[in-house]
Design a protein around this ligand. Structure first.
Ligand SMILES: Cc1ncc(COP(=O)(O)O)c(C=O)c1O
Length: 389
């Protein structure tokens, strides 16, 4: 048997007619940039997240760049974030000339640990507010970028309180977290802006690249609409420098189709996650494998089902041999990437992130995965541990 990491053919087959109809309409209209499809997608996305505004952009990376820029992050600013993320989070900060400051993660959610954020900011003066006698170097902290990794929200209340206390901006990297919730609030609606990716493998995946920023603030969305269109405020007038971060009409039209199915697909993911949980228990693997934990007051969207094991690389190789599509997200924390060397971090500086990066393994999970496929994955893991005891 073969079990892919993701099965997009299976996902798209039942909605091919809907997708074709949406594409036909755009091709007939001849309007490929902007227009009704883009606006309608933005309205529907904003409604889904429960915020007044959304701006569709070219991809999740540009969503982060545009949101940070709109919130005033620029050269010389410090932005606190996690080292345990897809590199785009960090690259977006660097692209604006700002400096990423890494804080360690919480092993339960794999998101930044609020206490570590306090550690950094609570011993200095931030944004003119004096906190202690001896620090002034932290006055440049401008924003926090929590990443809701794998589809589970970070512990947001303390982060939002701290941001409020020190006038810091919060840009949620919700690239993986569409329809995840923290205390009933959807990911993306918690901070000053929330950024989504519609990369094809995401829970809401485009037929190509795509992204969006959602926000409660009209001023912020206006800025982002300007930034995504080369900073243009009206024809040929460019008060700021942005980029070409527009999302095309064909992509928005097909995303609208997929949006209609997202809640159902998310439920199917949750069912598949529950099936994995019971299979691991039935196969008596709970001493060998740490299952994903859902923290208090969270709704997980099961973008990834991530187990943690000591012999990760051996297990991964074994499962690949058995025809099972497993992945490691992400093996090298950002603070140890060669391009971040100038920041001066060394191995051991962020121990929880480093340990996690050595242990995580994403199992196949997608809407429509069947019981036999999941049983095959878990019994193969059982075979691995039986032959390694
Ligand atoms: C956590 C995280 N941040 C940012 C991004 C960037 O999104 P994109 O690939 O759409 O640019 C992704 C997805 O790839 C991601 O998983």
């Amino acid at each position: 048997m073969k079990v892919p990491q993701l099965d997009l053919e299976l996902l798209h087959e039942p909605i091919m007619d809907e997708l074709r109809a949406a594409m036909d309409e755009i091709v007939r209209s001849g309007r490929f940039i902007g227009g009704e499809a883009v606006q309608a997608f933005e309205t529907e996305l904003a409604e889904l997240i429960g915020v007044p505004y959304a701006a569709a952009v070219s991809n999740g990376t540009d969503a982060l760049v545009a949101a940070l820029q709109a919130l005033g992050v620029g050269p010389g600013d410090e932005v606190l974030t996690t080292p345990f993320t897809f590199f785009a989070t960090v690259a977006s900060i660097v692209r604006l000339g700002a400096k990423p400051v890494f804080v360690d993660i919480d092993s339960e959610t794999c998101g930044i640990k609020p206490e570590r954020v306090y550690d950094y900011v609570d011993d200095g003066v931030i944004n003119g507010k004096k906190v202690s006698e001896h620090h002034s170097e932290h006055t440049k902290v401008r924003a926090i970028v929590p990443v809701h990794l794998y589809g589970q929200c970070c512990e947001m209340d303390p982060i939002l309180e701290l941001a409020d206390q020190f006038s810091l901006m919060v840009v949620e990297d919700a690239a993986q977290a569409i329809l995840a919730r923290y205390k009933d609030t959807p990911a993306g609606a918690l901070g000053d802006a929330g950024c989504f990716s519609f990369y094809p493998s995401k829970n809401l995946g485009a037929l190509g690249e795509g992204g969006a920023v959602v926000t409660k603030d009209e001023g912020v969305v206006e800025q982002i609409r300007q930034i995504r269109n080369h900073g243009q405020s009206e024809a040929n007038v460019h008060p700021i420098v942005g980029g070409n971060y527009r999302l095309n009409a064909l992509t928005c039209a097909t995303l609208r189709v997929k949006l209609r199915h997202l809640t159902d697909w998310t439920l199917q993911r949750a069912e598949a996650a529950a099936t994995y949980n019971s299979l691991f228990e039935e196969h008596q693997l709970l001493d060998d494998v740490i299952l994903p934990r859902v923290a208090r007051e969270r709704v997980h969207n099961w973008h990834q089902y991530v187990i943690r094991v000591d012999q990760r690389d051996e297990l991964r190789a074994y499962l690949v041999e058995q025809g099972i599509g497993v992945q490691v997200y992400y093996p090298i924390p950002a603070h140890l990437q060669a391009s971040m060397k100038h920041l001066g971090y060394a191995p051991g500086d962020l121990p929880e992130a480093e340990r996690t990066a050595n242990e995580v393994l994403s199992l196949p999970l997608f809407p429509g995965i069947n019981y036999d496929q999941q049983e095959y994955v878990v019994s193969s893991i059982k075979d691995f541990f039986d032959s390694h005891r």
